[in-house]
Ligand binder design. Sequence first.
Ligand code: 5AD
Ligand code: SF4
Length: 431
Amino acid sequence: MTTPKTFHVKSFGCQMNVYDGERMGELMAAQGLTATADANDADLVVLNTCHIRERATEKVYSDIGRLRKHGRAPMIAIAGCVAQAEGEEIVRRAKVDVVVGPQAYHNLPELVAQAARGESAIDTDMPLASKFGALPARRKVSPSAFLTVQEGCDKFCTYCVVPYTRGAEVSRPFAAIVDEAKALVDAGAKEITLLGQNVNAWDDAEGRGLHGLIAALDRIEGLRRIRYTTSHPNDMRDGLIRAHAEVEKLMPFLHLPVQSGSDRILKAMNRSHSRNSYLRILDRVRAARPDIALSGDFIVGFPGETDAEFEETLSLVAEAGYAQAFSFKYSPRPGTPAAEMDGAVPAEVMDERLQRLQAALNRDQEAFNAGTVGKTCQVLLERRGKLPGQLIGKSPWLQSVHLMTDAAIGDMVEVDIVRADPNSLAGRLRS
Ligand code: 5AD
Ligand code: SF4
């Protein structure tokens, strides 16, 4: 196989994968390779994969097949959580050239060189020294940028592969994060979303906690907005809740997964919080920031979930009041405790529960969006819309807002919200 001159990175799954994909792209560009807009034009295709549910994993294999159609044979590198979970198995099953795990992708150039020499190129190590120090500096980014501050998970929810694919909870050092945030702002970022599987568990030896980190970012001139995701209820410390009242740049949005409204299911999931403790956290957050937009994650059809237990999830949704949420059918993952549990819920029951849950969540999302019509808010313009002169950006509550304006991408503009559509809001520039 010859040394690739062009590359394309395709990321699946969560925002951390998007971030990792960007950094792999920067790394390959620093090696002199050119990025292509289309995977079919690239000598090297990096599939940055997700292992969270079975469907996500299967996508990888269909994508590999598609890349090899039309007689093409690009070098294929599998990165991300499927790489970590399946390792050599992917090489056996799909004959890919490189396999690199989420904690080892700083070695991608070396692995690509090995593959070009016809050598085996698999690296799923989780080295003690972090990959971040070996990555090139950030140069050009979009107005809204991601920044990984924490990785991995020690919570071991019984359904979840993350503790196995991303490893133990690790916080990046304070100074490295602040430096990267400044580099992102110099490179054009106006908004930074701090990322972590348990981002609110971020901490350092001084015990600054995520709110201490947010306070430091608050002082960066030119940075207008701060967000963070994903949080665990048990790591919602007082300081972080207070930051929602005190730090103007911290946006009124909280993604706080609960997964189920039934205490018995929460216990079987090893969530280590109850329905009530979750709802009481929301009370405290709303006392600090009454207009906060709440987001969550739900799983229906966890092994043994009864109709009555599912109804408790619906009643929790009604009580909590979500502005948006993600909901999934339970998917057994190899190696997790839940995959060994009895009481599999039949597919048609899962389908029905998911439909009912999504109908309730959609209704609440529409109500939340309708509630912002008539308000005036700041919108950070992020991209072009379909119509000439139309730009799309985000409200403080993470809603997409489209409007006609001759302002530029990256500008923050004051907008009257005039209409709520199912998935976005229509806005008018305040004159
Ligand atoms: N099956 C279905 N959904 C899952 N999630 C995590 N693991 C599974 C699984 N095995 C969902 C959870 C989590 C989100 C990222 O994905 O809701 O919060
Ligand atoms: Fe998975 Fe639970 Fe950790 Fe979230 S908190 S990453 S759901 S184990």
